[in-house]
Design a protein around this ligand. Structure first.
Ligand SMILES: [Zn+2]
Ligand SMILES: [Zn+2]
Length: 354
């Protein structure tokens, strides 16, 4: 009996222990504070940033120091509620928004909480991620999933929120033409977001044919293979020589970032989403000014979990198709290695934790 109680207080967690290494530890199960709920995690999506930490041990100034739990895209079931929680109850299925912000700064107070300088974000050192059996999280950052939305889809709300934010920053509207550079996970969720907002002509550009096939399946009006086609000429043809209302860069490559002013319509908008490997890049500002272009950027997302969940529930966005590969919690290393070795095939890998 005592032993069972002991077991119930423990849980399994997957840690990266040096690059390309995953170990499992038996650790103490968290207890929810008064404003928190305890969530039994069902699905965790593998994000590009997790892969980056796994491969390199760091992203810019964020350095992994010692064993570290990855994962920030999670959904699961509420199993316990803190004493002051009234909005959720045991048994509710929820998606976890990963950032806990201060609530007091100028950015939090104006609703732009993604810019809060004091955010504690899952799997961003020193804060551990969610590749664990249980996570205690503030109830107001846990969003209830309606019956129609699975916890697997719930784990995909996080990347989808990035796509929705990119489309919102570009003010993509009914009838717009949009060029999306890069057909990886973020390019594809951006495609879903642009179509849901009514964009009439969405063109996805990538070098990998398989990704372009996914893009077609997810609703792209046209795709351009940058390896096989002259991108400039092809876009001129597809956009009647006018350029796109909105150009969204998700590839994070120097070349594609540099191409954006050329592709935009006069008076159009460029949205920068992809992170380039280098900080300083030569950019044609003369063209930006001659066309009076707007340049926008994206840092995570804000206030979009309810929007994403409603859009999935309503069938406006079929995010489930993004999860192309599923792995067991015992195979976290295999999951990461597969994502790295099969970049062409994997749009999004998800881990079924329980
Ligand atoms: Zn993510
Ligand atoms: Zn703040």
């Amino acid at each position: 009996m005592e032993q069972m109680e002991q077991m119930e207080k423990r849980m399994k967690a997957a840690y990266m222990d040096g690059t390309f290494q995953i170990i499992y530890r038996d650790i103490e199960k968290p207890e929810p504070e008064e404003n928190e709920v305890l969530v039994r995690i069902e699905y965790v999506g593998i994000c590009g940033s997790d892969v980056h930490f796994y491969e390199n041990g760091r992203i810019g100034d964020f350095v992994v120091d010692g064993p570290f739990i990855l994962g920030h895209e999670a959904a699961g079931i509420v199993v316990e509620t803190g004493s002051k929680v009234t909005d959720l109850k045991k048994g509710d299925r929820v998606a976890l928004e990963p950032g806990i912000t201060c609530g007091k700064c100028e950015f939090c107070k104006t609703g732009r909480y993604n810019l809060c300088p004091d955010v504690k974000f899952f799997a961003t050192p020193p804060y551990h991620g969610v590749l664990t059996e249980y996570v205690a999280h503030p109830s107001d950052m846990c969003f209830k999933l309606p019956e129609k939305v699975s916890t697997k889809e719930g784990a995909l709300v996080e990347p989808l929120a990035v796509g929705l934010h990119a489309a919102a920053q570009g003010e993509v509207e009914l009838g717009d033409s949009v060029v999306i550079l890069g057909g990886g996970c973020i390019g594809l969720v951006t495609l879903l977001a642009c179509k849901a907002r009514g964009a009439a002509n969405v063109i996805v550009v990538d070098m990998l044919q398989k990704r372009l096939e996914y893009a077609k399946k997810l609703g792209a009006n046209h795709t351009v293979n940058a390896k096989e086609m002259n991108v400039e000429k092809e876009l001129e043809r597809l956009l009647d020589g006018k350029g796109a209302d909105v150009v969204i860069e998700t590839a994070g490559a120097v070349k594609t970032i540099q191409q954006t002013p050329e592709m935009a319509k006069r008076g159009g908008t460029i949205v920068l989403v992809g992170m380039a490997p280098q900080d300083v890049i030569a950019y044609d500002f003369a063209k930006i000014m001659a066309k009076e272009l707007n340049i926008k950027s994206v840092y995570r997302y804000r206030n979009l979990y309810p929007v994403a969940i409603a859009a999935i529930a309503d069938g406006k966005i079929d995010v489930g198709q993004i999860a192309t590969h599923e792995f067991d919690f015992n195979n976290v290393k295999l999951a990461f290695d597969t994502v790295i070795d099969n970049a062409q095939d994997v749009v999004k890998g998800v881990i079924k934790v329980s």
